[in-house]
Design a protein around this ligand. Sequence first.
Ligand code: SAH
Length: 244
Amino acid sequence: MSDSAARVLIVMAMEAEAEPITAALRLAETTGPSDLPCRWYRGAADHLDVLVAVNGVDARFDVDSIGTVPAALNTYAAIQAFNPDLVISAGTAGAWHRDGSVVGDVFLSGVSFVNHDRRIELRGFDAYGVGSHPGIQTRDLADRLGFKVGIVTTSNSLDETPHDAERIEASGAAVKEMEAAGVAYVAEQAGVPMMAIKAITDLVDDPAPTPQQFIDNLSVATELLAEAVVAVLLELDEETFTST
Ligand code: SAH
């Protein structure tokens, strides 16, 4: 890895999702922010300098700090410290039978990141609530690696209310999770290109409850996620970063 190696920041919510990636890339733990529970791991992956920034375990609740607020804080701190050329939100997510998705599918993000739970019916604020933060073009990358492409939609809830369902249908999103729009908001403010890699743990329109599907499929999905993250890193080039 040279001094001029491109820097890629990978923001992740759960230790269990990150572990196979930090192990596969043999990243070493490095100092993160002292006032947040984040855990950061850094090292070389082929031609890249990679920082995996995990939101960390909440000190009071003793669970992973999932959701948009910890993700945004972690992303902000990591962008300040690491000055990345690309930000990736990586993790697990839900998808839908109606789109032909199955557990274990890997999605790369579409050209925007949206929120489905920020309903603000005031002129101007409605679009602000949705967000539509920009993502890079991932279609070529996805085609080369055999992944799907879909718009990622974010909220701070694991379930899907009827209101959420309406908004998700309107945005055409195919992937539902709890962090990407928070990460994309910070990347947009900082002017850093952004994408996501999401492995599907559960199908929102399946009769089985989402939490049960999530628990049953987490380990298989995180293995597939790790393989996908490594494959994307090896395939990344300067052109991908700048293709908006
Ligand atoms: N820690 C809990 C549950 C994690 S919540 C446990 O282990 O039981 C779900 C996490 O996975 C979030 O970080 C979210 O981004 C992602 N996720 C997976 N499926 C999801 C879905 N259907 N809706 C929202 N988030 C989902």
